[in-house]
Design a protein around this ligand. Structure first.
Ligand code: HPA
Length: 254
């Protein structure tokens, strides 16, 4: 296998990115020691390697969520595996609800910071100093240079790319309208149930991080239909069209 330079984690309904791989190999997580076995519809649990726009990448389709076990450390082995392979960076994608009425379903948002309301942290417990420090700084966790590259790729494609703060909740329930009002006051632009554990694990391991939310709905209480996973998957498919183009362009200029 060629050394992947970039890892890409695919969120709910965003599997189309893996279809764009050339020279692809696919390995079920079940065959990889320590990799999680995701349980949610729309999360496959497959590691794919190959090239995107000529860039060697490793694509993780399927992640472990806090709502599955209460534990935030489920993606520890895949993230550290990526670092061990020699990759420089990880691009995390997710489906998210938007707190900004101007950034609606189907739109993309580059994450520039997060608020961790998961109630847990993947680095809880003994620290392995050979991987990273006990007390990790999360300033500029979302690499400013990679964010600029995402924006440049989006501009080149004429794809509108919002930018903002992602707030992670443990789920599995969607938020209440009151929680969404509170989260807006806290400074959140999008809300979801993933990504933050991988960002922390990746920064701890010394990987650079970029992250994009595919907006699948306006957050609860902002109008529209009652939230459901079906709606998430349906609208993720719409956002995935722009996301695939964005990721291919990002890979081209990485
Ligand atoms: N809230 C939490 N997670 C989500 C949402 C939401 O509105 N949409 C997609 N994932």
């Amino acid at each position: 296998m060629t050394t992947p330079r970039l890892g890409i984690v695919l969120g709910s309904g965003l599997g189309a990115i893996a279809d764009a791989l050339t020279d692809a190999t696919h390995t079920p997580y079940a065959e990889l020691e320590g990799f999680p076995e995701p349980s949610v519809a729309g999360h496959g649990g497959t590691l794919s390697t190959g090239a995107l726009s000529g860039l060697p990448v490793a694509i993780f389709r399927g992640r472990k969520h806090v709502y599955e076990t209460g534990d935030a450390s489920g993606m520890t082995v895949p993230v550290r595996w990526l670092k061990d392979q020699g990759a420089e960076a990880i691009l995390l994608t997710n489906a998210a609800g938007s707190l900004n009425a101007d950034v609606g379903p189907g739109r993309l948002m580059a994450i520039n910071d997060h608020i961790n309301l998961l109630g847990s942290n993947p680095l809880t417990g003994p620290n392995d100093e050979s991987i990273g420090p006990r007390f990790l700084s999360l300033r500029d966790a979302y690499d400013p240079e990679l964010r600029a590259k995402l924006q440049a790729a989006a501009a080149a494609l004429d794809v509108p790319l919002a930018e903002g703060v992602y707030l992670a909740t443990a789920g599995p329930t969607f938020e209440t309208p009151a929680e969404i009002r509170a989260f807006r006051t806290l400074g959140a632009d999008a809300v979801g149930m993933s990504t933050v554990p991988e960002v922390i694990l990746a920064r701890h391991a010394g990987l650079r991080v970029a992250a994009v939310s595919a907006i699948t709905n306006l957050a609860e209480g902002m109008g529209g239909e009652e939230l459901s996973h079906e709606q998430t998957l349906r609208n993720a498919e719409v956002a995935a069209r722009d996301l695939v183009r964005l990721v291919l362009k990002f890979a081209e200029d990485f």
